[in-house]
Write a protein that binds this ligand. Structure first.
Ligand code: NAD
Length: 425
């Protein structure tokens, strides 16, 4: 049985771990978060992701386990995936502390290892990071040499939260970036189960491919939101325009969804990071900056809409349906819903909210707003209801003729409640 270790058991790390374990690999996750580690070993997923619970029940402890002891995890495996977070710093640049710490610990473990080792960088890092930070740190602390004593491959991850396991196990492509042919061969071996194209390239190309892909997806969303804001002023249904455009095979229908804007732990952070990296190289990517700007303004379009309809007085009760940045995840990082709540609290309206998976995390950010036990309770206790995540269960709510404003195009044309308006349609 091939043995692998995974540093960082978050959305990407745990999904990578469970996927490889389900393919018959023996996998150990190493994380500094003791609670997360204990949960995994109790077969309880620390995050919500479809089918993850069932997989942990099946795989832990036989094929999958977790530990806080990174060194033993690395020493007991032939390959290690780095899956730690790379959050934004204040200036937009990624914060590399977790990557540096993981590289240092990995290096210290490799110092004791008698055989070779493959390191696979899955964390999203800007071009030059693997060459200038990860490899030098590992070399320094292991006192070994890349290409001779250990291998490194950059293997960006393209999974989507909400369908992460299915995405991981049926990828569109696998990117393997390295200057070392032996490392690429070893990484190809780990992915021999995959049926998609495997693209070999340099470290920087692999790093850039991830940013370019996310920047393109974000651009598509901000593009249709820009069009949507024009359509709204002209009483045109943007969804129909997106449908017509999407039938053109050169354009494609995916990510042409107008509404409240993109959020999550990847698109906004990755855009900021690549803009920063470009500026470090004396280039200002104006298109990408505009993509961010359009996105940042989208929640305030909703507030303007409420304001123009007299729905922001202090006695107004505003109900929020949806806190996560998308459906089928518990992730609220950079969710547009949070920005809407922040803007509403500035106006002093009464707010209540419900989300099937995101309430615990939201309570830590907005402890003072009221949280309800169901979407129906939010509808019953509000004068106007805002749909900010496309959870399917919101379709079953009886809105009793109250004003519904949809930021996610949850309702198709034939299924819209009576008093309904879309943000861009
Ligand atoms: P996350 O915050 O959910 O998980 C990161 C984990 O790393 C946490 O559990 C944390 O405790 C752990 N960690 C931090 N420092 C550590 C250390 N020194 N040793 C061991 N563990 C450590 O992050 P995520 O969403 O899984 O993202 C991880 C990376 O993958 C990021 O670079 C992200 O941009 C990228 N990515 C994320 C997604 C996504 O949908 N979430 C998709 C593709 C790529």
């Amino acid at each position: 049985m091939q043995k692998i270790s995974i540093i960082g058991a978050g959305y990407v790390g745990l999904v990578t771990a469970a996927s490889f374990a389900s393919l018959g690999f023996s996998v150990v996750c190493a994380d500094i978060d003791r609670k997360k580690v204990e949960k995994i070993n109790r077969k309880e997923p620390p995050i919500y992701e479809e089918n993850l619970q069932e997989l942990l029940k099946k795989l832990v402890p036989k094929n999958l386990s977790a530990t806080t002891k990174l060194k033993s995890a690395v020493l007991g495996s032939g390959a290690t995936f780095i899956c730690v977070g790379t959050p934004s710093q204040g200036n937009g640049m990624i914060y590399l502390e977790a990557v540096r710490n993981a590289s240092r610990e990995l290096g210290l473990a490799l110092k004791e290892k008698k055989t070779g080792h493959l390191i696979i960088v899955k964390s999203t890092v800007v071009p030059e990071t693997t060459e200038n930070v990860i490899i030098p740190e590992i070399e320094k602390f292991s006192e070994k040499r890349f290409g001779r004593d250990f291998g490194v491959v950059v293997n960006p991850e393209f999974l989507r939260e909400g369908t992460a396991l299915a995405d991981f196990l049926s990828p569109d492509r696998i990117v393997l970036g390295s200057t070392d042919a032996r490392s690429i061969r070893a990484a190809r071996n780990l992915y021999s189960w995959a049926e998609c194209p495997i693209v070999e390239c340099s470290f920087r190309e692999a790093e850039m491919a991830k940013y370019a892909s996310n920047a393109f997806l974000a651009t598509k969303i901000s593009f249709i939101n820009d069009i949507g804001n024009i359509c709204k002023k002209l009483s045109i249904d943007t969804n129909k325009i997106a449908y017509i455009m999407g039938l053109d095979s050169r354009i494609g229908k995916n990510f042409l969804k107008a509404g409240i804007g993109f959020g999550g732990s990847c698109l906004p952070k990755d855009l900021r990071a690549i803009i920063q990296k470009a500026e470090e190289k004396d280039y200002s990517p104006e298109l990408l900056s505009s993509v961010l700007e359009v996105n940042m303004k989208q929640p305030s379009k909703l507030i303007e809409m409420l304001d123009s309809r007299g729905m922001l007085s202090r006695k107004m009760r505003v109900g929020i349906l949806g806190l996560t940045f998308k459906a089928n995840t518990d992730d609220i990082r950079e969710s547009p819903s949070l920005e809407v709540i922040r803007l509403l609290t500035l106006r002093g309206v009464q707010i209540c909210a419900y989300d099937p998976k995101g309430m615990d995390a939201a309570k830590r950010i907005f402890p003072k707003i009221r949280y309800k036990r169901s979407a129906q309770q939010v509808a019953d206790k509000s004068d106007v209801i805002l749909i900010l995540t496309e959870w399917a269960e919101f379709k079953k709510v009886n809105f009793r003729g109250k004003q519904v404003i949809d930021g996610k195009n949850l309702f198709g044309e034939g299924e819209r409640p009576g008093n309904y308006e879309g943000l861009c349609w």
